[in-house]
Design a protein around this ligand. Structure first.
Ligand code: CP
Ligand code: NVA
Length: 300
């Protein structure tokens, strides 16, 4: 049976470890200039309903480095569900290409794509989840700090798609997560209900106290542009700045999935400061997604 990566819950703990092992090897090969054309002549279709820098470039570059090819399908190209139904698009793509990656608004769209495809489908971000991001982030934490057990990880800001995938990962891997959001902006309830190691709070200082990792994301995600002004007011206290990060451990690390809205959820001095590893995270999108594509191609 083909496997998809539509939500973090598509992976088991040991499968996450297998992908991290692959990513580590692929990263070393890439750094040493060792050829690794494991997906030679394979094609990835990249379907985008929303804009992207990292996801587009890392998937396309990753596929090239693996010896394959990637096709970028812009929002105006496919028009999923408008020009033809999602299942029809899925059935067509399954006849031509080997993997599909889709960035969508409604999570149901990528879910339906996966259900109607005979090839692996990867979620490159939906309104519900951003699982590739969290895979790259956890790989980065592991590189910098070693095993996640015993680390205190704090997420401050909007309980959005990135936060939901973080909660899902904490359920699968068992690490503890402290999440501070304004009331009404918590992550998906059906996820947090299952998350024994997640503590929700409305106090950023409480979440960040003695944390090893402090993570944030934009206050208004793609598709929420109209709410941006209102959200700026609601989230004011949730900014990663010098005052807030004084409460974290001395050797804490700061993470952000990017793109950042500097001066809103994070200040320049924090994102450009010595604790920031945001560009290491961005780099690891490449290596970890190569691991995800290779791993999915090996499942039958
Ligand atoms: N972090 C991330 O997914 O970035 P893009 O929106 O630029 O792809
Ligand atoms: N939460 C953000 C993540 C961007 C990578 C968004 O959905 O726009």
């Amino acid at each position: 049976m083909k496997k998809d990566f539509v939500t973090m819950f598509d992976l088991k703990k040991n499968e996450i470890s297998e992908i991290f092992e692959l990513a580590k090897t692929l990263k070393e090969s890439q750094k040493k200039g060792v050829e690794h054309r494991i997906l030679k002549d394979k094609t990835l279709a990249m379907v985008f309903e929303k804009p992207s820098l990292r996801t587009r470039v890392t998937f396309e570059t990753g596929m090239t480095q693996l010896g394959g090819h990637a096709i970028y399908l812009a929002p105006s190209d496919i028009q999923l569900g408008k020009r033809e139904t999602v299942p029809d698009a899925a059935k067509n793509l399954s006849r031509w290409v080997d993997i599909v990656m889709a960035r969508v608004f409604a999570h149901k769209t990528v879910d339906d794509l996966a259900k109607s495809s005979s090839i692996p489908v990867i979620n490159g971000l939906s309104d519900l989840e951003h699982p590739c991001q969290i895979m790259a982030d956890l790989f980065t934490v592991f590189e910098k700090k070693g095993p996640l057990d015993g680390l205190t990880i704090a997420y401050v800001g909007d309980g959005n798609n990135v936060c939901n995938s973080f909660v899902a990962a904490s359920i699968l891997l068992g690490f503890s997560l402290r999440i501070a959001t304004p009331a009404g902006y918590e992550p998906e309830k059906t996820y947090t209900e299952k998350a024994a190691n997640t503590v929700l709070s409305i106090d950023p200082i409480e979440a960040v106290a003695d944390a090893d990792i402090v993570y944030t994301d934009v206050w208004a995600s793609m598709g929420q542009e109209k709410e941006a002004a209102e959200r700026k007011k609601v989230f004011k206290k949730f900014q990663l700045n010098t005052d807030l990060l004084k409460h974290a451990k001395k050797d804490h690390l700061v993470m952000h999935c990017l793109p950042a809205h500097r001066g809103e959820e994070i200040t320049d001095e924090i994102i450009d400061g010595p604790h920031s590893i945001v560009f290491d995270e961005a780099e690891n999108r490449l290596h970890v997604q190569k691991g995800i594509m290779v791993w999915l191609s090996q499942q039958h």
